[in-house]
Design a binder for this molecule. Sequence first.
Ligand code: F6R
Length: 615
Amino acid sequence: MCGIVGYVGRPKSLEVLLGGLGRLEYRGYDSAGVAIITAGGDLVTRKRAGKLAVLVDDLKADALEDGSTGIGHTRWATHGGPTDQNAHPHLSRDGKLALIHNGIIENFSVLKAELLADGYTFESETDTEVAAKLLGREYDKGDGLAAALGRVVVRLEGAFTLLALHKDEPGVVVGARRNSPLVIGLGDGENFLGSDVAAFVEHTRRAVAIGQDQIVTITPTSVLVTDFFGTEVEASEFQVSWDASAAEKGGWSSFMAKEISEQPEAVANTLRTRIVDGAVVLPDLGELDAELSDVDRIVIIACGTASYAGMLGKYAIEKWARLPIEVQLSHEFRYSEPVLTPTTLVISISQSGETMDTLMAVKYAIEAGAKTLSICNTQGATIARESDAVIYTHAGPEVAVASTKAFVAQIAALYLFGLHLAAVRGTLSPEAIGEALGELSAIPAKLEQVLLTSTRITELAKWMSDTRAVLFLGRHVGYPVALEGALKLKELAYIHAEGFAAGELKHGPIALIEPGQPVFVVVPSPRDPNSLHAKVVSNIQEIRARGARILAVAEQGDAAVLPFADEVIPIPLAGALFEPLLAVVPLQIFAMELATAKGLDVDQPRNLAKSVTVE
Ligand code: F6R
């Protein structure tokens, strides 16, 4: 979950590294550091606990000599707390080599014991320093940095991306990866490495994905990718489809505010070119498309917000394509010894495409012989590349740690797939598919309308900034929305929040209701074919009778809710399955505004990181 940047080229390493780290800070932000080979051939480093701004201020107060070769790191602590000593880079024993790391080296204590027995001493509590010391020892064998790295990585267990440089090899940065991301950026007289393309998109949009268990060596004019044993491998170049400005705040108070406002576009871009003449067109599925008619069961795997998108996918795809679907949290999936066959389709959902729990679950599914499809927002990400096929959500870069626009784009992609599957299986008529696609295509404009109601939610959030607990209720597709509303509030405002299926209340949670308890209720449309509206209105009455303060997210013109709600947040009319795409937005805004009212950093909430690349 750390962010990694490497650079070789012009004598401006510091500028490139700090710029890249700024864009990667969402990956981890408890300390940051850089190492540079100066024009004079010295290896210099600086690292500081705290956000990147602390390092930047430190460098302003006490400048570091610049050079044309450098590596930079922003950390999310695993082994050892967020201190100056534990920050990366870490050095070899002779101080000539610097190394940064993302991931966890699971066998680090065995390796550390070996080094201690050899007389090595350590300055930090990290697993990374062990890799730095090992690499220094191997380098001394004299066959160069890449060969030394090859000998080290085959001894490491776990997940890692490593970047290193050595003062005796100016103009060279080497990297290696296993189950952790690393991408190359191709420049003109300069080359880049990054945890993702955001690290270098300001300088180049030409990128090369590096496969598992590969080593890369960059110089200003060359890029060499090999396996761990030095055999050259082919690597494919791709063009980054967004530019640096897409990852800038552009006048918004936070990335989260910007990303919430980009939701209409995120859905529209995900649908673009995939609906033609009232039918779904998904060339993205490639060879998997021909195998879809064999699929007899779907398992959706994901974590956090993505798993709530998966729950919505289950309601829709099961209804449209008449297939049994389960949704499992990726980290629980493989430990339940799931029954997977060649006719099971495992759909993974991941914004980053690098979430370790989901990646491991996908690998498990592949080994078990299941078909795999990834719904992913990050081009060239590991999960997308491991899967049989990928439907990219074109939400653009999501920088704020809390997921917003990726969520609605994930739902749109799942719905597209569900309608396509219904066509393949003949479970919906072309007219019914066309009608559902019409609903989906109308969502971006309706999202624009929802965003216009945000002022009232901001006021509500300000009044409620002292609130200690909030409950969220929903039924059917409103239930995952309730879970997502609660998750957003927990992670951003650090307030205890729970989401419940409204029907479950009477089985226990209603005991939580006491006078004044705020409860958000996601109310189904009165036009809902399952007649859930009346049941939810009854649920509202039950908790109101016990003193709850009701904040209802309800369809415009829903007169039945008005007498029982303290506050109604209206959303435009939409078909039952499509309401979640609209109802979630006020809950996202509420969490963001309440956190802002409490003076919290909504883009980088405490203890979290955007891309969870450890298990
Ligand atoms: C919550 C949030 C997380 C992610 C989860 C999966 O706001 O962002 O719950 O949804 O960590 O991440 P991805 O989608 O990158 O696999």
